[in-house]
Design a protein around this ligand. Structure first.
Ligand code: KG4
Ligand code: ZN
Length: 333
């Protein structure tokens, strides 16, 4: 529950991590079933905690995509039923745009109208994007991943190392005190690539994380002592995390040189990572550009960012999707 597109009145999150972790990743069947089971009590708790009652709702915002079709469907149907029951509008929104909006919740950053253009690094389990935000609902995709997302690379790397799911926090914890320069893992798309990619984007602002994952696999095969020597294990995890974060920082630095922006910002599940937050802070200091990081509690998936975006778009008179259907591959811009 969010007031005026900014003030978070309540935020209730039902985590499915315990249900997916035995499988080392998200199991779509389990995800959608858990959504159906959890939604009624989560929605009721959010309304109760906000202290405004069902009559206090002005609209219902829901994610239409991108994401897993079956989970999106469970959310959309619940939101549609709720909007119908209370007789209020249903706003269909984009998940990536909601992640971007998380930076503006609770006024962690001034509103977009005051600080645009911003350069956003949105980095989650399913997406890694460099986005130029010109204003509310006005984006240009500068770069994206050509294969795995950064969070996915951390999750797959953690699985390979036997660290469990979700991999990002596990690798971060294991890396503590390790050597980031123990192994030089690859940093993605070759800088020798000239011209634009098939997707029309500049390769210097695009990401590729499948190489780093394969590199980790070969390294552990060739050096089985990784698993028997705790210090080497920590250094390998630390080097792996460093390669993924460094690959992203390089692209952000390149984009800053190309586009004049008033602010840098970072959001999405991986934005919880301390090395990424510290590296972005260093880059901000180096370039003299202010940085806005999504508050930790709104980095990983949450409904506050969806409600906040819905409120902000509604207040600005920007029309949203009528939310007739889910769009698993919904583009941002
Ligand atoms: O945004 P999110 O909650 O879900 C998607 O939209 O994908 O992001 C989940 C991703 C997972 O890959 C998880 O490993 C990663 O965020 N993550 C982290 C950290 N916390 C979550 N990655 C690195 N460091 C963390 N502390
Ligand atoms: Zn997400």
């Amino acid at each position: 529950m969010v007031r005026d597109g900014c003030e978070v009145l309540s935020s209730v999150i039902s985590s499915q991590i315990d249900q997916h972790s035995p499988y080392g990743g998200v199991v779509p069947e389990i995800a959608s079933r858990s959504h159906v089971e959890a939604l009624p009590s989560v929605v009721a708790a959010a309304v109760r905690n906000a202290g405004v009652g069902w009559d206090g709702l002005d609209a219902v915002a829901v994610t239409c995509g991108p994401g897993l079709a079956s989970s999106l469907m469970a959310g959309l149907i619940a939101a549609r039923a709720l909007a119908y029951r209370i007789g209020k509008p249903l706003l269909g929104l984009n998940h990536l745009e909601a992640h971007i909006y998380s930076v503006f919740l609770d006024r962690a950053a001034p509103p977009p109208s005051e600080i645009a253009p911003l350069l956003f690094l949105t980095v989650s389990g399913g997406h890694t994007n460099l986005v130029l935000m010109r204003g509310l609902h006005d984006y240009e995709m500068l770069g994206t991943t050509l294969d795995d997302a950064a969070g996915e690379a951390l999750d797959k790397g953690a699985k390979l190392l036997g660290l469990g799911y979700p991999g990002g926090p596990a690798i971060e914890k294991t890396s503590k005190g390790g050597r980031a320069d123990y192994i030089r893992f690859p940093r993605g798309v070759s800088s020798a690539t000239n011209g634009n990619l098939a997707n029309g984007l500049n390769p210097k602002m695009c990401f590729s994380f499948s190489g780093v994952k394969t590199s980790l696999l070969y390294y552990t095969k060739k050096h089985p002592e990784v698993f028997s020597n705790p210090s080497v294990f920590r250094d390998v995890a630390c080097s792996y995390q460093a390669a993924i974060i460094d690959a992203m920082i390089r692209r952000v630095r390149f984009a800053v040189g190309l586009h004049k922006v008033n602010a840098l910002a970072c959001a999405g599940g991986v934005a919880r990572n301390t090395l990424l937050r510290d590296s972005m802070t260093l880059l901000a200091g180096e370039t003299g550009i202010p940085l806005y990081l999504a508050p930790n509690e709104y980095c990983t998936d949450n409904a506050a960012m969806v409600a906040g975006l819905g409120g902000a778009l509604d207040m600005a008179g920007i029309e949203t999707s009528p939310a007739f259907d889910v769009e698993p591959r919904m583009p941002l811009a």
